[in-house]
Write a protein that binds this ligand. Sequence first.
Ligand code: GAR
Length: 208
Amino acid sequence: MKRIVILISGRGSNMQAVAEACAREGWPATVAAVVSNRPQAAGLAWAAERGIATAVVDHTRFETRAAFDAALREAIDAFAPDLLVLAGFMRILGADFTRHYEGRMLNVHPSLLPAFTGLHTHRRAIEAGCKLAGATVHFVTAELDHGPIVAQAVVPVLPGDDEAALAGRVLRQEHRMYPMAVRWFVEGQLRVEGGVVHHVGGAAQLLV
Ligand code: GAR
């Protein structure tokens, strides 16, 4: 059984999608813990209600980014993860941290990377006049919102869309794509070569 630790900062709807799919589909994996940098993150209560261990490492209590990263790593490693799943985790992680979890840390980002790294992705996509938008699941590397791409989901940008409408349309696809990508990882179906992810079974990546 692969041990998954999920990192959140807020609502945790992607965390729910992953945890529910893991249980429902009988993956060879278990969600060992949910860790948040924000004590008030709504997702913590959801996890605790389902008997999933939770931990908080409050970033406001640390003077430096390095000290926060070290404490976060200690809290995570107490759960001996095989895979770290970032699900709306909104802190930038340092190079030492990302190196420690290299090849075993996934993130979902609400844009079609490498376009629109960083924040306010939906607003920026609308302002740029994009006709398509989406989300990306990728392995995390030291460079923010870069790293080998595991899966992407594409949605239309419709006339009259505001940020909330587009975010909702993208989020629904994140909820389908992220569990699928995490499942591929725990089943050992992903190989990274030269910065590119290959699906061992040769299956096409899904356009959801
Ligand atoms: C999701 O849309 C996710 O892609 C985004 O935050 C939202 C979290 O929602 N992540 C980032 O922007 C990371 N840079 P959730 O807490 O309901 O899963």
